[in-house]
Design a protein around this ligand. Structure first.
Ligand code: CA
Length: 379
């Protein structure tokens, strides 16, 4: 069975501890600039013992001793990976909030520029795999902000830490074996085998097993390089992923529909909000990330990149009785009074809540951090 990339988190990181000797000695850690301290290896005897026991299992699956030695040189237990895994909050955003972020003005503008910059590659991919240039660009934008956020956590350390931890041990052990095979195949050097704390790699955030199955060498240099500054292989790999999961050439993902009858399946992810008629390609996008919001985010961002305007339908007021316009006004007024909301995107996140609390405190009010109609009026 094919795993969708994001149903699981994995971790990959390759630095720090010698995993072989079981002594916990730090061996030539690779230079890791920009990584927080908790994403650098710390001595952990249990981890070392786990790696020693893992090696014969990896060898039985075709990973050579030389690859194991290379892969685990400088690798180690990353406490920050476990902390992030434990603290993952199942954060349910409304579709309106999700789209405010996924198809923000900045992401649309950068997407149009990225599409223009890589037009010839994207046209070639469209021709080869049948996936629209705008869809590929939108996935790139959502996964790594067009390559700006590819992740620099070493994949061997992250996946081995999560495999050792055991909460989803067998899944991460599979990812670790696949990651080692990436090294063995010579697609990338150990120091460049990096990704998110959960092991999603490169421009299009492939987990190692997805990479193994779907990544392609489109520029023909003999390596499937989804990490390079040049996104060609990564974009091709995303197109290949969709194609091999059943993408139908020439079919839209779906479209917003007005209240009348519509062809095909109609969904309304947020009660009272816009409705969308979706096609089989919508379900193919969900193979990338199994979420209606994600698939609508990709489709809508692709439409915006292609020149379309915002959604026509409106969303109902939120749980505090505020519309997006109200929330933007709230953020703008707080900001103008010196309470920084980190921008005015209409999404009430931690920064806006902090600003509300600070404002409330400054007025001698209980600092709840909750927005409200009264609060907006008082501003
Ligand atoms: Ca290549």
């Amino acid at each position: 069975m094919i795993l969708t990339r994001r149903n699981f988190t994995l971790g990959c990181a390759a630095l720090g501890l010698s995993a072989c000797g079981g002594t916990g000695a730090i061996v030539s850690p690779a230079p890791q600039t920009g990584l927080p301290a908790d994403l650098r290896p710390v001595p952990n005897a249990g981890y070392d013992a786990w790696v020693a026991a893992f090696r014969p299992r990896a060898r039985a699956q075709g990973v050579s001793d030389a690859t194991l030695n290379t892969g685990f040189r400088g690798a180690g237990y990353l406490p920050g990976v476990i902390e992030r895994d434990r603290n993952q909050v199942e954060f349910r955003r409304t579709l309106e909030d999700y789209l405010s972020i996924a198809a923000s003005d900045e992401r649309v503008t950068k997407g149009r520029a990225a599409l223009n910059r890589h037009r010839s590659t994207l046209n070639a991919l469209e021709s080869r795999y049948g996936v629209d240039a705008e869809i590929i660009t939108a996935i790139w934008g959502l996964e790594s902000f067009y390559g700006e956020r590819r992740g620099n956590v070493p994949v061997i350390s992250a996946t081995s830490t999560l495999a050792y931890d055991g909460r989803r041990g067998s899944f991460f052990e599979k990812q670790l074996v696949s990651a080692l095979k990436i090294l063995q195949n010579g697609d990338i050097t150990a120091s460049r085998l990096t990704g998110s704390w959960a092991g999603a790699m490169g421009h299009t955030q492939f987990i190692p097993t997805s990479y193994d199955t779907f990544a392609v060498d489109f520029d023909g240099d003999g390596r499937r390089d989804i990490w390079s500054d040049d996104p060609t292989d990564a974009l091709a790999s995303a197109a290949a992923y969709l194609s091999r999961n059943g993408w139908s050439r020439g079919t839209r993902w779906g479209a917003e529909v007005s209240s009348g009858a519509a062809e095909g399946r109609v969904i309304q992810p947020q009660p009272g909000g816009p409705r969308f008629a979706v096609t089989r390609n919508f379900n193919v996008i969900k193979r990338y990330n199994n979420s209606d919001s994600y698939a609508i985010g990709v489709g809508h961002l692709a439409d915006r990149i292609g020149g379309a305007g915002p959604l026509r339908g409106s969303f109902p007021p939120d749980e505090f009785g505020l519309t997006k316009r109200d929330r933007i006004a709230l953020q703008e007024r707080l900001t103008s009074r010196g309470f920084d909301t980190g921008g005015s995107d209409g999404v009430i996140g931690p920064k806006t809540r902090e600003a509300i609390s600070a404002y409330q405190a400054s007025r001698g009010l209980p600092a709840t951090g909750d927005p409200s109609v009264e609060l907006l009026r008082s501003l």
